[in-house]
Design a protein around this ligand. Structure first.
Ligand SMILES: [Zn+2]
Length: 108
């Protein structure tokens, strides 16, 4: 099965503006930003939807949220606020794997 777009980014096969990287999580700027700060955060392992997450996958989900917090702090928007959206599954509007996006209307 061909890797999805996000897996290709995680593998370094497709270039992206990486803003955060850990052993299990990767974050990069959205190629079509809808806000001054628009970052996609993905587990490096492919999960087509939240349904595929193991029951004991809570620590990975927490790591995604903590990555969002770290990115927001780095960009100076942690106190002014931002929105976190979890996209999962075909009808979420995202064609690739499960992703979390962080966006802020402010310029930071
Ligand atoms: Zn994938």
């Amino acid at each position: 099965m061909e890797a999805c777009l996000f897996c290709k980014i995680a593998a370094g096969e497709i270039p992206a503006r990486i803003v955060y990287r850990s052993e299990r999580v990767l974050a990069f700027e959205d190629i079509r930003p809808q806000a001054p700060h628009h970052i996609l955060i993905i587990p490096r392992e492919h999960y087509a939807s939240l349904e595929e997450f193991p029951e004991d996958g809570g620590s990975l989900l927490a790591e995604v949220l903590l990555a969002a917090r770290a990115i927001a702090r780095e960009r100076g928007i942690s106190s002014s606020g931002y929105r976190i959206v979890l996209n999962t599954g075909r009808d979420s509007g995202r064609r690739s794997s499960t992703s979390t996006s962080i966006s802020s209307a402010a310029g930071g």
